[in-house]
Design a binder for this molecule. Structure first.
Ligand SMILES: Cc1cc2nc3c(=O)[nH]c(=O)nc-3n(C[C@H](O)[C@H](O)[C@H](O)COP(=O)(O)OP(=O)(O)OC[C@H]3O[C@@H](n4cnc5c(N)ncnc54)[C@H](O)[C@@H]3O)c2cc1C
Length: 321
C-alpha cells in the first residue's frame, strides 16, 4: 500500500496535495498495490481525493492536530503506515512535508528521499528515484535499500488528473500524544496564491530602482492572476517582504510562467527559478545573464515595457470575454 499524506489549508485539501495523491496512485501502479490518502485535522472535502487516484481516504480529526506539530503528526502517520503495511509514504515537499520526512524515516526505519521530481523505477525489487541536486544543476538517482520508502514530492512534477470518482471518507481514531508546542496566533497573507503553489509568478529585481515603483509589477500580476516575487537584494533592502525572496537562499519555485523584471539572472537567483516551465525576461542590458536561461526575452526599459505588456494583456482579456 502507498500512503499519501494530504495537506489541508483552512479545512480544505491543498491543491498541491491533489498532485501528491495522483503521484501516489502512479507509484502504486508501478508497485502493483493500492494508494490510500490520509488527512489529518479538520477537512471538509477529502472525498475528492478518490478522483485523483486514492482508493481509500482516511481522516483523523482531533483537536491535537490543529497545531501542525510534526512530532504529533509523525506519530499518527507512522502508526497508520505500520498498521497497514505501507511500502511508500509520500508527503509534499512543502515546509511541513519536509519537517515530517526525517521524523517519518526514523519512526519507520525507512529510506527518505527529499524533493523527488519524477516517477520511481523498480530495479531488482528496489525503488530508484530522481531528485535535483546542487540547485538543479545535476540530478541524483537514489536507490532506496529499505523495505519502506519515504518521499517528498516537488510541486509541478506531474499534472494531476482525475482518474476516478469521489470516495467516502473513512474516519479513523488514533491515540495522540499531547503536543509540546502550541500555535497561539497565525497571521496569513490573504488573497494571493502562496509562491510555492503559484502557476504564474511576476518577479522584480534591483532594476525596479525603488519600492514605490512596484505598482507596475502588481498591475501586471493582477491582470495575469500571478503571485509576486523578488530577488534577494530587493528583500534584503526591505523593498519587499522576505517571504517573496526566491533563489538559492530563498524559496525554490517551479511555476508554469516566471516573468523576471529587472533581474540580472545571477546563478544564485536562477537556482530557485530555473525549473519554471516558461521564463520571460525583461531587462535593458542585452548582456544580462538571465537572457541565456530565458524562453522569451524583451530587451528594453522595464518602465516602458511592463505597462505596455499589462495594457496589451488587459485588451486581450477584454476581447476574449
Ligand atoms: C551565497 C549567496 C546566496 C544568494 N542567494 C540569492 C537568492 O536566493 N536569490 C537572489 O535573487 N539572489 C541571491 N544572491 C545574490 C545574487 O548573487 C545577486 O546579487 C542578485 O540575485 C542580484 O539581484 P538583482 O538581479 O535584483 O540585481 P542586479 O544584479 O543589480 O540586477 C539588476 C538588473 O536590472 C536591470 N535593469 C536596471 N534598470 C533597468 C530598467 N530600467 N529596465 C530593465 N532592466 C533594468 C539591469 O540590467 C540588471 O540586469 C545570493 C548571493 C550569494 C553570495
Amino acid at each position: 500500500m502507498i500512503l499519501v499524506v494530504a495537506e489541508t489549508l483552512e479545512g480544505k485539501i491543498r491543491n498541491a496535495s491533489l498532485e501528491t495523491v495522483y503521484y501516489g496512485s502512479k507509484v502504486a501502479e508501478i508497485l502493483g498495490v493500492s494508494c490510500n490518502a490520509l488527512i489529518l485535522g479538520p477537512c471538509s472535502d477529502g472525498a475528492k481525493l478518490g478522483g485523483f487516484g486514492a482508493k481509500e481516504v482516511w481522516h483523523v480529526d482531533d483537536n491535537k492536530l490543529t497545531s501542525l506539530d510534526s512530532q504529533v503528526f509523525t506519530k499518527v502517520i507512522s502508526k497508520i503506515a505500520k498498521d497497514n503495511g505501507a511500502k511508500v509514504v509520500i508527503v509534499s515537499d512543502s515546509s511541513f512535508g519536509k519537517s515530517l520526512l526525517g521524523r517519518l524515516s526514523v519512526a519507520l526505519k525507512a529510506g527518505p528521499v527529499r524533493g523527488v521530481n519524477n516517477l520511481p523505477e523498480l530495479k531488482d525489487g528496489k525503488l530508484n528515484v530522481d531528485r535535483p541536486v546542487f540547485s538543479g544543476k545535476a540530478i541524483a538517482t537514489c536507490k532506496i535499500n529499505t523495505d519502506i520508502a519515504v518521499l517528498s514530492l516537488m510541486g509541478n512534477t506531474l499534472k494531476p488528473q482525475t482518474t476516478g470518482a469521489d470516495v467516502a471518507v473513512k474516519k479513523l481514531t488514533v491515540e495522540l500524544p499531547e503536543s509540546r508546542t502550541k500555535v497561539v496566533n497565525v497571521k496569513r497573507s490573504v488573497g494571493i496564491v502562496p509562491l510555492p503553489e503559484a502557476q504564474i509568478v511576476v518577479s522584480g529585481g534591483r532594476g525596479m530602482k525603488d519600492p514605490s515603483n512596484w505598482g507596475i509589477l502588481e498591475d501586471l500580476a493582477k491582470v495575469l492572476g500571478a503571485t509576486t516575487a523578488c530577488s534577494r537584494p530587493v528583500a534584503d533592502s526591505g523593498w519587499r517582504p522576505h517571504s517573496e525572496h526566491v533563489g538559492q537562499t530563498g524559496i525554490a519555485i517551479r511555476p508554469n510562467l516566471y516573468i523576471a523584471v529587472g533581474i540580472s539572472g545571477a546563478i544564485q537567483h536562477l537556482a530557485g527559478v530555473n525549473s519554471s516551465k516558461v521564463i520571460v525576461v525583461i531587462n535593458k542590458d542585452p548582456e544580462a545573464p538571465f537572457f541565456k536561461a530565458a524562453d522569451y526575452g524583451v530587451c528594453g526599459d522595464l518602465f516602458e515595457v511592463v505597462p505596455k505588456l499589462t495594457e496589451a494583456l488587459k485588451q486581450f482579456k477584454a476581447s476574449h470575454h
